[in-house]
Design a protein around this ligand. Structure first.
Ligand code: ADP
Length: 394
């Protein structure tokens, strides 16, 4: 079966076409700057990358070019060859606990969650509608970033705030990166031949979150109502004292939205280093003797280590720690430092193996006598979306 995995943003649309159940990637690509001028798309096919500049007035144009590319490159013979489309949907609120077949009712329920993700959810709907118009007979499936975390207990997902905020407005921890954490959990269970593992999953990219999973159930996760809290990230602050917000509003004569923008886009590695949100730049800065880069690096690692220690307690002793995403898969220096910072748990890194494990590779990076084994597990949210779609339409 040929299943298309789609991630639609406000001005972009990413896609990967898979052959399932073989899990073979046939073609992938990204449409960028949709509706904002100078638009273009890139596609990856048979190891080759092609870029085309085209006028993408809205998402329906991206879908039109996408279908043309699939047919012209003989990836499919006709639209009938496309068996299903899976969409990444950001915020499913409390309504969606798993992936679902998209119907009008699903769309209207998802629209009710727009309040919770005003930037992301409308873009997801635009993506779904563009495909529904072009391919009305192809089944579409919604895969939510929040769904996996819906298994959290109330004691974990509630904040210590007036209970009415939860009842009236749905103020609670939702968590994100759920599709990635679920994929990591599934993969590590398959690799180790178990289905009852207690896992601390560390998804460390531009956005980062940790998740404590026991036998497939999420005990807790570090992001919240929004993807701002938790560990320090590329440009996001992670956990802060909320009192900072009105304090800075007064000091800098800023609106609440402006301060929130600072916390989302000007904080984290970028805010501390003053140079970059990218770990590779931070590492270069450290080599050049930049003290603020060294500070940013250390803060990032300490925040992550603290969460791991807390989640080990939450799990009453984890069986496995996993690292994934850009930093988790590539950042050997970060992994080494984070593991050094949890040595009180008896976790030990195999420095040689850690150095040579890079993106795309599954490997164990802890020593044989480490109290908890540590693995690098490459994530693949696109494949997880396609696999859910395959399961649902079958
Ligand atoms: P996103 O969260 O946008 O999907 P990624 O998961 O691709 O991002 O992670 C991007 C981050 O991965 C970059 O900001 C960069 O800091 C980090 N990264 C990529 N390669 C390396 C590397 N070799 N060493 C350290 N960090 C890396």
């Amino acid at each position: 079966m040929k299943i298309l995995s789609v991630n639609a943003g406000s001005s972009s649309l990413k896609f990967t076409l898979f052959e399932l159940p073989e899990k073979k990637e046939l073609i992938s690509g990204t449409f960028e700057k949709i509706g904002i001028g100078n638009s273009f798309y890139t596609i990856k096919l048979n190891g080759e990358k092609i870029k085309r500049e085209v006028d993408l007035k809205d998402h329906s144009f991206a879908v039109k070019y996408l279908i043309e590319e699939l047919i012209n490159n003989k990836v499919i013979d006709s639209l009938d060859d496309l068996d299903g489309i899976g969409h990444r949907m950001v915020h499913g609120g409390s309504k969606f606990t798993k992936s679902v077949l998209i119907t009008d009712e699903v769309i209207s329920e998802f629209e009710k969650c727009i309040d919770l993700a005003p930037l992301h959810n409308p873009a997801n709907i635009i993506g779904v509608n563009a495909f529904r118009e072009a391919l009305p007979d192809t089944p579409e499936v919604a895969v939510f970033d929040t769904a996996f975390h819906q298994s959290m207990d109330k004691e974990e997902f509630l904040y210590g705030v007036p209970y009415e905020w939860y009842e009236k407005y749905g103020v609670r921890r939702y968590g994100f990166h759920g599709t990635s954490h679920r994929y990591i959990y599934k993969t590590i269970c398959e690799k180790l031949g178990r289905d009852d593992l207690k896992v601390i999953s560390c998804h460390l990219g531009n956005g980062s979150s940790l998740c404590a999973i026991d036998s497939g159930k999420v005990l807790t996760t570090s992001m919240g109502l929004t993807p701002l809290p938790g560990v320090m990230m590329g440009t996001r602050s992670g956990d802060i004292d909320p009192g900072i917000i009105p304090f800075i509003m007064k000091k800098e004569n800023k609106s609440c939205d402006e301060v929130l923008n600072d916390l989302n886009k000007k904080s984290g590695l970028l805010g501390i280093s003053g140079i970059s949100s990218d770990c590779r730049d931070i590492e270069e800065g450290i080599e050049d003797g930049n003290e603020r880069c060294a500070l940013a690096f250390e803060m990032l690692c300490r925040r992550i280590a603290d969460y791991i220690a807390a989640y080990n307690n939450k799990l009453n002793g984890a069986d496995v720690i996993t690292f994934t995403a850009g930093i988790g898969e590539n950042g050997d220096l970060q992994r080494e430092r984070i593991i050094e910072l949890i040595k009180s748990l008896g976790v030990k890194i195999d420095s040689e193996k850690n150095k040579i494990t890079i993106r795309g590779a599954f490997d164990k990076i802890s020593t044989e006598d480490s109290s908890i084994p540590v693995y690098v597990v490459p994530t693949n949210e696109e494949l997880m979306i396609a696999m859910d779609t395959y399961d649902i339409i079958n």
